[in-house]
Design a protein around this ligand. Structure first.
Ligand code: GLN
Length: 483
């Protein structure tokens, strides 16, 4: 089946003239039509536009042209602005909003010839770990429809895992590509902060947000990252550094690579099957000749409280712009303040309101020093833990999540329980370093387990190299849900 190809295999077949972009796109649209009623991974499917783009890609190829993603169908998380295509951030406050421009990363995909299949479901403004906070209904995990796909990029993860798209873009503020990739048994990479332009990524927490890629193997992640990485004059936080050849980094070899295993990550309360899968993966790396070393990241336990001060603080400022005047629907009440109140009161969901309140409190006079400033200082300590660790090792291996995918509704009423599912992904976000999640096993119910591979800032090549070498000798990434 065309939908069983990896992105890289599809590229080869398109180049060899064995398949057309229209056939490939149609196969994915058929799959979306068949599975959407059960999964709800998409908020908008742009079928007509996709087929037009695919036909254009076929014409270009017939004229002897090629480009890195020519004719490759992809899904885009609905927090990324796409000109003329609804962009809601999973929020009712942006229902029907049509951006007047396309963000840089998505535009780069288009320029490389990619075909957009549609916009994927997300927790509202990317705040969440299960996609249950979407204003448009939950996405279901393709391995077990009663379970969450993770979040906030749950739609993109489910779409790639369920073979509805060859790859996808998501965003990761505290784990939102890595955690859903782990829950859905697929691969994702959060690049280092500054590696990919945030222009057109509707901001949640600006010092943490980063666009990430989903794919079914390290090769696919490398292909996608190669296209979207790089400096952008429209985002002053994007770094003006050369973009390495990520595909060339996939040597298949990890002999002598120093892999760190932080002693702080095997915590009480972790599901035994997760720990077993991670330990087996570490043994696998040792068998491949990697040099396994125990390391310490002593401030790991502060990642969660620090993140849940800083992220809501930034969110409270970023979300002030949604007032019913500038974007989206307006609940007009005559006067201005009542209009703001009604629009924000009705437009935002409970979690977004909780974060705006937490963040406003943490930033208020009298509490700023005690909470926000303190959190920033501890953030620096967390970053220094990684700086020290990467003096001794090249890559860090850790679980992506303490458990496999939980049931829909299981944690929805308890924000603290929900926040705890990010405990292993938050530190890398706070430090701004590179991090991937790849499948490395299953639990007793057959649900996927994800392994995190962390690299120093801008060392995506080493993360991808480790992931690829592991995937040359294991088959976890090739397992597909029975749908
Ligand atoms: N789950 C975390 C949160 O709720 C991270 C979300 C994200 O990375 N966008 O904030």
């Amino acid at each position: 089946m065309l939908t069983d190809l990896t992105l890289t295999e599809a590229q080869r077949k398109l180049r060899a003239g064995e398949i057309t972009a229209v056939e490939l796109t149609q196969a994915h649209l058929d799959r979306i039509r068949a599975l959407e009623p059960a999964l709800h991974a998409f908020l908008t499917v742009t079928a007509e536009r996709a087929l037009d783009a695919a036909a254009g890609a076929d014409r270009r190829r017939a004229a002897g042209k090629d480009s890195p993603l020519l004719g490759i169908p992809l899904a885009i998380k609905d927090v990324l602005a796409t000109e003329g295509v609804p962009t809601t951030c999973g929020s009712r406050i942006l229902e029907g909003f049509l951006p007047p421009y396309t963000g840089t990363a998505v535009q780069k995909l288009f320029d490389a010839g990619a075909v957009m299949l549609g916009k994927t479901n997300t927790d509202e403004f990317a705040m969440g770990s299960s996609t249950e906070n979407s204003g448009y209904g939950v996405t279901h995990n393709p391995w077990d429809l009663d379970r969450v796909p993770g979040g906030s990029s749950g739609g993109s993860a489910a779409a790639v895992a369920a073979r509805m798209a060859l790859g996808a873009l998501g965003t990761d503020t505290g784990g939102s590509v890595r955690q859903p990739a782990a829950f859905c048994g697929t691969c994702a990479l959060k690049p280092s902060y500054g590696r990919v332009s945030r222009y057109g990524l509707i901001a949640f927490a600006s010092s943490l947000d980063q666009i990430g890629v989903f794919g079914r193997c390290a090769e696919d992640l490398a292909a996608l990252l190669s296209v979207i990485a790089g400096h952008d004059p429209r985002d002053s936080t994007s770094m003006d550094l050369p973009v390495p050849d990520y595909t060339a980094a996939l040597t298949g070899d990890v002999a002598g690579l120093r892999i760190g295993v932080p002693r702080e990550v095997f915590i009480d309360g972790m599901q035994p099957a997760v720990e077993q899968a991670i330990r087996a993966a570490i043994d696998q790396f040792a068998a491949l000749g990697a040099d396994i070393r125990e390391i310490s990241l002593p401030h790991t336990e502060y990642g969660l409280p620090v993140y849940y001060i800083i992220a809501p603080a930034e969110a409270s400022a970023n979300l002030a712009r949604f007032d019913g005047v500038r974007y989206g629907p307006r609940h007009a009440q005559g006067a201005l303040w009542p209009t703001y109140k009604a629009t924000r009161g009705q437009g935002f969901g409970a979690e977004v309101k909780r974060r705006i309140m937490l963040g406003t409190y943490a930033l208020s006079a009298g509490y700023y020093d005690a909470y926000y400033l303190k959190a920033q200082k501890v953030r620096t300590l967390i970053k220094q833990d990684f700086d020290r660790a990467f003096g001794d090792v090249d890559v860090i291996v850790a679980p992506t999540t303490p458990t496999t995918a939980f049931r829909i509704g299981e944690k929805a009423g308890d924000p603290m329980q929900m926040y705890l599912s990010d405990v292993f992904t938050l530190p890398a976000s706070l430090a701004g370093i590179a991090g991937a999640s790849i499948p490395c096993g299953v639990d007793e119910a057959g649900l996927p387990v994800g392994m995190q591979l962390l690299g120093a800032a801008f060392d995506e090549p080493t993360v991808l190299r480790a992931a690829h070498a592991y995937q040359q000798v294991t088959g976890w990434h090739r397992r597909a849900p029975a749908l």
